[in-house]
Design a protein around this ligand. Structure first.
Ligand SMILES: [Zn+2]
Ligand SMILES: [Zn+2]
Length: 141
């Protein structure tokens, strides 16, 4: 963990962010999980060890981390912002049963042809959102 602390501090500094305990703990929390939490979930997680953070500090830390490209916002449920420290290109699977969101590796969908878009549209990027049921939610046979 000690080395990881150093690495996280270096990463924040390399992006020109002043390292505050809030930014550090929000980023460390996001790096440690893959479930795309909401700000509220991050807050309740952090407050278990350290009941000092408020929702406002979580939001401002997330905002600062997003601005420098260390964290991305994931919008798969209407009106719900979730956060992801995996900023490499990838897709998402969302379970309609339990709401779980997991990453789908970028190379899962090969050969999607953006050249099929109508004339006049220039694509810069895309992302696939798959909905369905996860292992825990689909009926087993
Ligand atoms: Zn599920
Ligand atoms: Zn993701």
């Amino acid at each position: 963990m000690q080395q990881q602390v150093g690495e996280i501090v270096q990463t924040l500094k390399a992006r020109g962010l002043r390292v505050t305990p809030q930014r550090f703990s929000v980023y460390a929390n996001l790096l440690s999980r893959t479930d795309h939490p909401t700000a509220e979930q991050i807050l309740s997680d952090l407050n278990q060890d350290f009941p000092v953070s408020s929702q406002a500090t979580i939001y401002s830390s997330l905002q600062a981390l997003r601005e420098v490209g260390l964290v991305r916002e994931v919008l798969l449920d209407e009106g719900v912002s979730r956060y992801d420290a995996n900023v490499a290109p990838h897709h998402h699977f969302r379970c309609d049963g339990c709401g779980a969101i997991e990453d789908i590796p970028w190379n899962t969908f090969q050969g999607l042809d953006l050249g099929q878009l109508r004339l006049g549209l220039q694509a810069t990027t895309y992302e696939v959102a798959v909905q369905g049921l996860c292992d825990l939610c689909h009926p087993r046979d």
